[in-house]
Structures are given as structure tokens and as C-alpha cells.
Design a protein around this ligand. Structure first.
Ligand code: C5P
Length: 224
């Protein structure tokens, strides 16, 4: 049986990670957070005092990028070599630098090959893969393809609640600026052909997870 792949894309603050992880639990699937790999690469460069803004340095570092991620939604972790960076990669000093590595085609190619290997190894019986270009580039023939969105206001509100020590205005500007930079590389604001949009503006967490699970179950039935 071929593995079931669920591709989920969306902008920052759309609730992608928490919704994808919970949907994976409810479906009994594995979970892959692709943003963690971009973050972990930026973390490695910064940790080594290397210039993440220099494409040559970034591309050269790919050979030493020893990335591991927990694909069990109940045992999520992110490691670079021996270092557990699960928490560190969410720090603002990493978040603000990720765009520098994510914009490079060599990095995207390298990580895409890595993601495809992880999907083949971990998908038992299925896997939920979330990011920015999963529905369009990494897994365009996934069983279910979903764009998870929410209004900018709602996304900013959710992110402010997570980052309690920063002002709403600062959080809002960071979110907008990251989406602007990321959209120059891949389009995750508009659903590509065949991609189902789940708009969570008016939905709570549980309702959003149910909407996603519902799209997946219908797609799986269609495919069987
Ligand atoms: O999803 P998350 O916010 O953790 O992603 C961090 C960053 O990684 C994004 O802002 C984007 O620059 C990059 N990314 C990407 N393609 C993906 C996933 C993440 O470019 N599939």
C-alpha cells in the first residue's frame, strides 16, 4: 500500500504546527514539521558564529547539517548533531534569520530531498507534512492538500498570546515582515489548483483540527 501523505501549508500564526500535530494524532499518522529544518539550519550557523547572510557560507554548511526530527506527534524533538534544539529554534534571534537560509535554492533542494526521505521512512500508515511549499513543491501529489489560513488580525492575536513578553505591535510587524519575505520565495497565501482551503478565522482549535481531519478522510476515501 502506498503511504498516505497529507500536505499542509500556511502563513505564520495560522496554527499550522499545532493543528497539523493534533490532526496527525487523531488520524494515527506521523508528523513532519519542515519549518523546523530551516530553523535548525539557521540555528547551526548562528551557533557557530557563521554569517547566515552569506550564501556561500550557508551552502557550504549543508554538508555538515546533521538534522534529526521526531516524527511521532507525541514525541516531537529537533536535533542538530548531539544538540537538542527543540526550544532554541523558536527563539526570536533564530526566527528573524531563517529567511536568509530559506531563500536559497540550494538549501531548498537539499532540504526537499531530506523531507522526501523522511516521508518514505516515517509514513506508517500516513504522515502529515506541514510548511510553506508542501502542497506545491515537496509533495504536489499528496493524498490530501490543504492551505490553512486565518485573517491577519487573528493570526497576529494568536502569535501575541504565545509571545507574551513582546508587544502586539512588534509581534504584528515581525509576522508581516516574515510572510512578505517568505512569499517572495513560495506562494502560500493562495491555494494552488486542487488544494482545499481551511480558513480558521472563525474556528477554535478543536474545530480547525476537525475540519482538517474531515478533508483528509474524504481524500483518503476518494483515493481508495
Ligand atoms: O513554519 P515555521 O514558522 O516554523 O517556518 C520557519 C521558516 O522556515 C519560515 O518563515 C520560512 O522562512 C521557512 N520555511 C520554508 N519552507 C517550508 C517551511 C518553512 O521556507 N516548507
Amino acid at each position: 500500500m502506498t503511504a498516505i501523505v497529507v500536505a499542509i501549508d500556511g502563513p505564520a500564526g495560522s496554527g499550522k504546527s499545532s493543528v497539523s500535530k493534533q490532526a496527525a494524532r487523531e488520524l494515527g499518522y506521523a508528523y513532519l514539521d519542515t519549518g523546523a529544518a530551516y530553523r535548525a539550519l539557521a540555528w547551526m550557523l548562528l551557533d557557530r558564529g557563521l554569517d547566515a547572510g552569506n550564501p556561500l557560507v550557508v551552502v557550504e554548511s549543508l554538508g555538515e547539517f546533521d538534522f534529526a526530527v521526531g516524527t511521532d506527534p507525541d514525541q516531537y524533538f529537533v536535533k542538530v548533531g548531539p544538540d537538542d534544539v527543540t526550544v532554541a529554534i523558536r527563539e526570536p534571534w533564530v526566527t528573524s534569520e531563517v529567511r536568509l537560509v530559506a531563500r536559497l535554492p540550494e538549501v531548498r533542494e537539499h532540504l526537499m530531498a531530506l523531507f522526501r526521505r523522511i516521508v518514505v521512512e516515517a509514513a506508517r500508515p500516513g504522515i502529515v507534512v506541514e510548511g510553506r511549499d508542501i502542497t506545491t513543491v515537496v509533495a504536489p501529489d499528496a493524498t490530501a492538500r490543504i492551505l490553512l489560513t486565518a485573517s491577519e488580525e487573528v493570526r497576529m492575536g494568536r502569535r501575541s498570546k504565545e509571545l507574551v513578553d513582546q508587544s502586539a505591535a512588534v509581534v504584528g510587524e515581525q509576522l508581516r515582515s516574515r510572510d512578505r519575505a517568505d512569499s517572495r520565495v513560495v506562494d502560500f497565501m493562495n491555494a494552488a489548483d486542487g488544494v482545499t482551503t481551511v480558513d480558521s478565522t472563525e474556528l477554535d482549535f478543536g474545530q480547525t483540527v476537525s475540519a482538517v481531519v474531515d478533508v483528509v478522510q474524504r481524500a483518503v476515501l476518494r483515493a481508495s
